[in-house]
Structures are given as structure tokens and as C-alpha cells.
Design a protein around this ligand. Sequence first.
Ligand SMILES: Nc1ncnc2c1ncn2[C@@H]1O[C@H](COP(=O)(O)OP(=O)(O)OP(=O)(O)O)[C@@H](O)[C@H]1O
Ligand SMILES: [Mg+2]
Length: 492
Amino acid sequence: MKLLELRGITKRFAHTVALDNVDFDLLKGEVHALLGENGAGKTTLVSIISGVYQPDSGQILLEGKPVTLKSPRDAYRRGIVLVPQHPALPESLTVYEALALFLDKSPSRKLKTFIEERLRKFGIEVDLDKRISLLTPYEKVKVEIAKALVADAKIYIFDEATSLLGHGDRELLYKIIRTLCAEGRGVIYITHRIDEVFNIADRVTVLRKGRKVLTRRINEVTREELLEAMFGKKLEEYAGPRSASTHGEGLAVENLTVQDDYGRLAVRNVTLSVKYGEIVTILAAPGAGHREFLEAIVGLRKPVSGRVKVNGIDVTGRDPSFIRRMGVAYIPDDRLGLGVAPGLAVKWNLVMRDLDKFTTKVGTFHKFLNDALVKVLEKVGLAPDVLPVPCAELSGGQIQRIITARELFLREVKVIVALNPFYGLDYETTSLLRKTLIDLRNSGCAILVATEDIEEAVKLGDRILVMREGKILKEFSGSTVSARELAKVLTL
Ligand SMILES: Nc1ncnc2c1ncn2[C@@H]1O[C@H](COP(=O)(O)OP(=O)(O)OP(=O)(O)O)[C@@H](O)[C@H]1O
Ligand SMILES: [Mg+2]
């Protein structure tokens, strides 16, 4: 039986036709995956299904009956819940209060017990008494998942829920999804990880530039066909050679100890160095301390003890703008928090960190600015017409490209520090960013990337360090280690 059917859905925004006459359906007990490059219209489609946006034209049917979904609350009452691409939780509440608010119930002992039991059933661990404002982006994703699961819905939608989750959490989510389907519910699953689709989906639909290009049963389609449907061309995956030559220490960290937001030790006495001409990847499960480690390096967090040196100069405890001026770039994974000012146009987001460089003495922009920005956008695969668009109106992957462009191409960088830089990028852009980082390494940059993605850690790292509980557990050479070997160490 069809739980959901969309007929001829069209949605226009000021600058784009996000969906053009799209048909889509979801059966009882199935996982229907939604694929497509950054900006293809995936989030817009599930926003319409979950009542966030109204379509300009087209019909929505729930269990055969035409409906209008007036708001997310309306969709929720009809049994549709969404785990959004970017967590949107009330920052001043505790996790428990936020869940109660979502369920439209006043907090009570009974409700808390109900929530605890529900989460235990699915094996989701979240601290109900923590304040949302203190959660990391990873923890917020988990709370969004918990929020969806406490609801007794018919349709569960996951918009890139696994892009910030580690290996273990992903396996747990697959198990949860199988349980939901066995209970006769339906799941819409958005991801950029194609292997995931083959792992859990029953059917797959590909969107390209707002149009539906393919819907197939998963056993009737190949990985290559999906890639071609998504990008409209055959893709070669970029796999660059390992580092040829290194010189001098770009970044040196000595005995660094760092606390997390709760005053617990997140990083314990870590020492490492990254040479110019070298990429070091730190592979870690979420919460292993790599976030705090990188934040302490770039000045966003004061270390308890230890030293950080950039190009031989001690920068321990200095503020982020000082460290930035030393030629250090930082790519965070907290897109809408640390990454961009969502309400401002792309142009402002690109220049805001280096205004002095782009303005004349009397405060007007240099004439060369627009040309420079157009060139920079081209390097991350974006057209110049995004310059006046506020970042809030871009897709998740497009925002990640703006951050990358600003941090890597608008000034001279010598040391690059990146946290989950591939998060939310589509297959082609992931390959492009990998190439970019390798080119920058070859031109002499020292690069430190922390990632929860085993494949990316192996493809990129000249050396790979595995971090657990705030310590470096093991070091591997990128040219000899395999993804399988690393997965073992990570899950030991
Ligand atoms: N609120 C909005 N206002 C204006 N334009 C928007 C808005 N939301 C999305 N768009 C535009 O619609 C298009 C589709 O965006 P959407 O977020 O649906 O893409 P996506 O497939 O989810 O991409 P990603 O993989 O990067 O998340 C993009 O060109 C985007 O700029
Ligand atoms: Mg999206």
C-alpha cells in the first residue's frame, strides 16, 4: 500500500526552480532512498512532505487521500516526522524539555519515563538533562534522531542523518530503520554515501537539478548507473599520489591537554607535528576529542597545558584572528554556527574574515573584488550568480563549498586545519575537495584533517593517526594501510 504519493510537485524560490514536476511515492514497510548532487532539490522535497514548505503546484496524497500539509505540526499530527539536515533545536532548553515540547506535552515524571523507555527500545543514548546550547553538532544530530523516534509516526524522514555519525552510530541507525520498516512504517532516506543506499534501501530515486531522473528497485540498478543519473556524466574518482617531499614543521603540537565544554578532559597530553607538504588525518569516532583538539589549535579553545606552534612560533592560547593571520585556515563542521552568517549574502560571507584586504582606505571595495570572487567560486564548482544570495537560501553542500572557498582561496594559507570537511558534500565535490587539498599539499601547505570517515582518512592521509578518548592510539602510513584495517582499530 502507498503510504505517501506526490504527483507533479513544483517548487520555485526567488533564484531557482528547486523542484520541477516531481513524482514520488513511499510504500508501507520500505526504505526509499533519495539521491542527488548538492542543490538537486532533496531537502526541498522532504521539506514539502514534512509541511515546512507548500508546493507551488502538484498533489500530496497520504494513504490515498489528498491532503494539504499546512505546517510541520500539521504533518506531525498526520504521522510524518523529519530528522532535518541541519539540527534546529531550541537552544535554551534541555534535551528532555525539547522532546516534551515536540510531543506537545507538559513535562512530567510519566512523560520522562515514556521517553526513556522509547529511547531504550531503539538503543539511542542521549543525556536528557543536557542543555541543547552545550551540545556539539554531532550530539545535536543524535537528539534530532531521538526526537523523531519518540514520536509514533508512519513516515520517518532522515535528511543526511548519517553524515556526521561515526561507524557504530550508523550501524545502530540501520538497525533502527529495519525495526521501523518491520513495524510497517515507511522511511525516506537522503544520503551522499552510495554504499549506504545498497545497504539499506529497497528503492532509490535520483533527482537532478530539480527533476526526477530515475526511480528503481535497488536490486535493479548499479552504482555506476546511480552516479551517472546524479551527475549526468561518467565520473573518475580522484586519487592523488602520496606526499613526495616534506620540509620544516608547519604545525607542532606538544603535550596538549584540552577540556571539553563541561570541564572534562577531552584531549590528554597529545603530541604531533605536521610538516609542510604533508597531509595528516586524524581518524576518530565522534566524541573522541578530535573536535576539542582542533579547536585548541586554531584558538577557539584555551588548552589546559601544552604548546601549539605554527611555523615555529608559539601561538598557544592566542586568539583565533591572530592564529588566522599566521596563515592558518580552519574549516569547521558546524556550518550554520561557526561557518557562515546565514542571513548575509554569499559575497559578504566570503569577504567578512578579511575585510581589510578587500577594502580601500576609505572603506569601499577594491575594483578587483568581484572578479576575484568569481574565480574563487569556480574553484569550488559554484556559479557567480550565488554571490547576492543569502547563505540561508543555499543547500547544505553549497554552504560547505562557500566555507571552503573562503578559508582556502581568498588569502595565502600555510597551514590548513579541517574538521569533517567532506560532511554533506556530494560525490563529485568530495572528489574535487580531495584534489584541492592534495594540490595545496603539493604546493607546500601543512594539512591536518580530522574525520570520522574511514574512506576519506585513507584516501587523503600521508599519515593516519587514530584517536580515542583524547589520545593518539596508533599511527599508520597512508600508503600501506587499508580501510578494513583502520575500521578494526577504530572499533576495537
Ligand atoms: N529557502 C530557500 N530560498 C531560496 N532558495 C532555496 C531555499 N532552499 C533551497 N533553495 C534552493 O533550491 C535548490 C535546491 O536546494 P536543496 O536544499 O533542496 O538541495 P539538496 O538536494 O538538499 O542539496 P544538498 O545535498 O547540498 O543538501 C538550491 O539551488 C537552493 O539554493
Ligand atoms: Mg539537502
